[in-house]
Design a protein around this ligand. Structure first.
Ligand SMILES: Cc1ncc(C[n+]2csc(CCOP(=O)(O)OP(=O)(O)O)c2C)c(N)n1
Ligand SMILES: [Mg+2]
Length: 707
């Protein structure tokens, strides 16, 4: 009894202490705010307040949004944009601009206010007033515009919302910058990457992966601005975290400064120090969430608690801001516009440095900036196709990709490869050297066993531009980078996610390493191409299409086991271009059976066809390396490939689950594949165990033809 009462009292006490702490925090914040209003010391305070009130007014109008970040980080952002950032709103895609990522993307009004105030043309006041209205550029969370950055850039560098992604993207941008800086020199590429980051991003696992790898690589031009406000959605950070977060950065080799995030001078001085320090920097800016909203500041409700007009009015009185909603006084507006022009000189100087480059150098640099592939880049792939038919290449599926990539190295110096500690079995390093803390000229990033940050890094690199990122691991571990893959698809970023060990055919590592459902799940992702080539020729064709594809990511799925040739005749045409094609038409009579297969199972289908044809059953084999490309073909082509007719049956063959196949097979179609997880054993034995064999395909055809 006593123990129970004591426990209860203890809990109650804790609650009281917590409440007192919050009230204390609230009072001290209000005192601080009043003192600031009374003394109005800092000449730039009104610039910060302009961010605050644009955010408050937009959120009140939208009747929802997250005020915590813009109100808490207004001074930090003011210091960065008015004194340090290299940017030109009039040319938002200027290649040598500093990059800014809002990793705590829920605080989108911070970014929109900054873009509006500093003069980005896509963010007029009307758009701020349409925050969260369908069709507005001021969407709930920031969304990067689709398309080539030099044409579409509007100031939003990456889409953010899933916490942790943004800082990992920023890290990728810093990697791309360092690589291009090593290649083209300070005169052409020399910029910083800044990221606003909240507690949530630093609680996410990907955040820790990023801290570790960026510290290891000593990316000195990466600067994080941490909104250290001690609050997340559920309330105090004490609820869920007790380690010293800044210390995590220090032990990983970062330069850390802890400071008052509402002190513009302190922030500015820290930014100055950060820019000079050779280590990546983290500015731990202690802030008050929702600063300026007396009812919510410093409290859980500051995060996104509903704001009312009364709150806006009270804030105007508290902070001494007499202006009507969405009205920025002329002097403040002018000061912000001046900030937007602060880099004009540097911009002009950079332009003239580019125009005065020797012609060939300039052409190459501008090609890289535009993200264009060099003339004749396909030639090595075409040659490879020829050669593969004359002398069958290395057998393993993933090694075909490795071989192709090795040939691409001198042709595409902008290609950068990240791999999550699987260099030997995937072999995409070959002619490349490592990008590391001492040598930025290498284009192979040893990511360590950190698949998630590898994917997000690749997204950041693609968003930065000037490099073509590859992200390499086993297909079973795609799930570890899936959040990044989804963001690549959502943003339309041209990242090549390369996978090996694509089915049960991996050897004896067992079902943990045997993906059965992952191909289907990747095919379910909008705007993601999934390619599963059947042999060396298809591998070259897939790479040709993947590299030319700039509107979104590609998952390139390769077998670990050998992929003997299934294509025996050279075609100058890229047959994979249409996603699926008839590899063998029925020979002995009209088509009765169509076998549809991908990757390593195409050969099984070919062998099954031989048996069926020998028995007088007209059988076609269709190779389907990329469903997404096939789905985009016209109905007539689709019909010609899939085959039609009452007497005709279709069978899918893939060492994976059936999900998705019904679109081609129909409910009456047959399927030879997996229905559950795999097992530990040699590949050939597993194929027999799970009945994925030519005999099984033949048996399925006979069953369907009879029924
Ligand atoms: C991966 C992910 N999980 C959860 C969320 C939902 N969410 C949005 S903001 C937030 C709290 C984040 O706290 P913090 O970064 O400290 O932001 P603050 O409350 O200080 O604005 C949560 C849980 C999310 N956006 N992304
Ligand atoms: Mg927080």
């Amino acid at each position: 009894m006593t123990g129970g009462w004591l426990r209860f009292a203890h809990w109650d006490q804790l609650k009281v202490i917590h409440l007192n702490l919050n009230i204390h925090r609230l009072h001290s914040c209000m005192r601080m705010a009043k003192i600031r209003v009374m003394t109005h010391t800092h000449p730039q305070q009104a610039l910060a307040h302009a961010i605050r009130f644009l955010s408050i007014d937009a959120i009140v109008k939208a009747q929802e949004g997250h005020q915590g970040v813009p109100l808490g980080m207004a001074e930090i952002a003011t210091a960065l944009y008015t004194r340090h950032l290299k940017f030109t709103p009039q040319d938002a895609g200027w290649f040598d601009r500093d990059r800014v990522v809002l990793s705590n993307g829920h605080g989108s009004m911070l970014l929109y206010s900054l873009l509006h105030l500093s003069g980005y043309p896509k963010f007029p006041i009307e758009e701020i007033q349409r925050f969260r209205v369908l069709g507005s550029v001021c969407e709930g969370h920031p969304e990067r515009p689709h398309g080539a950055a030099h044409e579409t850039a509007n100031g939003i560098e990456v889409t953010t919302g899933p916490l942790g992604q943004g800082i990992a993207n920023a890290f990728g941008m810093a990697v791309a910058e360092a690589y291009l800086n090593a290649r083209f020199g300070n005169e052409l590429v020399n910029h910083f990457t800044y990221a606003f980051v909240g507690d949530g991003c630093l609680q996410e696992g990907v955040g820790q992966e990023m801290i570790s790898l960026a510290g290891h690589l000593q990316l000195g031009k990466l600067v994080l601005l941490w909104d250290d406000n001690l609050i997340t959605d559920d309330g105090s950070t004490d609820l869920s975290i007790s380690e010293n977060v800044a210390e995590r950065f220090r032990v990983a080799g970062w330069h850390v400064i802890e400071l008052d995030g509402h002190d513009i001078e302190a922030v500015s001085a820290a930014l100055e120090a950060a820019r000079k320090d050779p280590r990546p920097s983290m500015l731990a800016c202690r802030t008050v969430i929702a600063k300026g909203i007396a009812r919510l500041q410093g409290l859980r409700g500051g995060h996104s608690g509903r704001l009312y007009e009364e709150d806006a009015q009270a804030a105007r009185e508290l902070l001494g801001w007499p202006h009507a909603p969405f009205v920025i006084p002329a002097d403040v507006q002018q000061a912000w516009h001046a900030a937007g022009q602060r880099s004009d000189g540097e911009y002009q100087a950079w332009q003239s440095r580019v125009t005065s480059l020797p012609a060939a150098e300039r052409a190459e640099f501008e090609r890289i900036l535009r993200g264009e592939l060099p003339a004749n880049w396909q030639q090595v792939l075409h040659d490879y196709k020829h050669k593969a038919l004359q002398a069958p290449p290395e057998p393993s599926g993933i090694f075909l990709s490795a071989e192709i990539n090795d040939l691409l190295t001198p042709v595409l110096p902008e290609r950068m490869v990240g791999c999550a500690d699987l260099e030997a079995p995937t072999s995409h390093k070959r002619g490349l050297t490592a990008f590391n803390a001492h040598d930025r000229s290498g284009s192979y990033v040893h990511c360590g066993v950190r698949e998630h940050v590898m994917g997000s890094m690749a997204n950041g690199m693609a968003a930065h531009g000037g490099v073509i990122p590859l992200s390499v691991t086993y297909l079973a571990f795609a799930d570890y980078e899936r959040p990044a893959m989804r963001m690549a698809a959502l943003m339309g970023l041209p990242v090549k996610f390369v996978f090996s060990h694509d089915s049960i055919g991996i050897g004896r590592n067992g079902p943990t390493h045997q993906p059965v459902e992952i191909i289907a799940s990747l095919r379910a992702m909008p705007n993601m191409w999934v390619m599963r080539p059947a042999d060396a020729v298809e591998a070259a064709e897939c790479w040709e299409l993947a590299l030319a594809h700039t509107e979104g990511p590609v998952s390139m799925v390769f077998a670990r086991q050998s992929l003997p040739m299934v294509r025996h005749t050279h075609t100058t045409d890229n047959l994979t271009r249409r996603g699926a094609y008839v590899l063998h038409e029925a020979g002995c009579g009209p088509r009765q059976v169509t076998l549809l297969a991908t990757g390593s199972e195409v050969l099984l289908a070919v062998q099954a066809r031989e048996q069926l044809e020998a028995a007088g059953v007209g059988t076609a084999v269709v190779s389907m390396p990329c469903w997404e490309l096939f789905n985009a073909q016209d109905a007539a082509y689709k019909r010609s490939v899939l085959g039609t007719g009452v007497q005709h049956v279709r069978i899918g063959v893939e060492a994976a689950v059936r999900q998705g196949w019904d679109a081609y097979l129909g409910i009456d179609g047959g399927f030879v594949g997996m229905t559950g997880f795999g097992a530990s054993g040699p590949a050939d034995e597993l194929y027999k165990l799970f009945n994925i064999t030519p005999d099984a395909v033949v048996a399925e055809a006979r069953r369907l033809l009879v029924s």
